[in-house]
Design a protein around this ligand. Structure first.
Ligand code: DC
Length: 231
């Protein structure tokens, strides 16, 4: 048995299945899974609900001024096999993945004070190791010393189709075109922002899952994991 609990950093493009992959890995290893995108989404939802975003325009100073009023925590939900996110004690898991939040989250996540607060929380959550954390800057900024770093990507249309299926299954009325546009524009915003842009860490391994099943991704992962922990 392996007693070496490591940090697994999963970064990559939006909607390429990072959370599904990270969640499956965490369940397999008995690790804690932390979806850092959910944290940026939770701040965005709060800003939307408290008037800091007007007609899609994010007022940075207003978001910054609210940060001390936003308390985020995760609580394990056995039915989902993952943790749900709460803001000031309210369950927001079901409200953070709408297209409205998706359209504003890149702007909110490019605010320095937002990143400072959330990165500090993420480092605190991972300090005991044994975590799988997914996001955009985990292997580069949050845990540059992570033992295993994976950079995930997939074809943009494949990603849009996956997200479209997810949202329409929930009853959201969206078009594939608007989802595709959101995926492409978020990639662009995430990769070109000044602070902690999405980029592959030099020591990350690339996983392009455009044509891979969940089972194939798990098989691929276990090979990488066994190589790192020396089994
Ligand atoms: O993984 P996601 O699509 O739920 O993430 C939502 C947004 O949050 C994404 O467009 C970029 C931002 N994000 C970030 O800047 N840094 C992270 N570590 C995670 C997400």
């Amino acid at each position: 048995m392996d007693n070496k609990r490591i940090i697994i950093a999963i970064d990559g493009h939006s909607s390429c299945g990072k959370s599904t992959f990270a969640k499956a890995i965490a369940a397999r290893l008995g690790y804690i899974f932390i979806d850092t995108g959910a944290m940026y989404r939770a701040v965005t939802l709060y800003a939307l609900e408290h008037g800091a975003i007007h007609s899609g325009i994010v007022e940075e100073a207003e978001v910054e001024a609210m940060l001390d009023d936003i308390n985020i925590d995760f609580r394990f939900n056995p039915a989902r096999g993952a943790s749900d996110i709460y803001v000031n004690g309210d369950l927001v898991e079901g409200k953070i993945r709408t297209i409205e939040v998706s359209n504003c989250v890149s702007a909110v996540s490019s605010i320095a004070a937002v990143r400072e607060k959330l990165v500090a929380m993420q480092q605190q959550m991972g300090h005991k190791r044994g975590v799988v954390m997914d996001g955009r800057d985990i292997g580069t900024v949050v845990f540059p010393e992570a033992e295993l770093k994976i950079y995930m990507t997939a074809d943009a249309m494949v990603r849009a189709e996956r997200r479209y299926k997810e949202l329409t299954a929930k009853g959201d009325s969206v078009t594939l075109e608007e989802i595709y546009e959101n995926v492409v524009s978020r990639d662009e915003a995430d990769m070109t922002r000044k602070i902690s842009p999405l980029r592959k860490a030099d020591d990350a391994i690339v996983l392009d899952n455009s044509a891979m099943s969940v089972e194939e991704q798990m098989e691929w992962f276990l090979e990488q994991y066994n190589r790192v922990v020396g089994q």
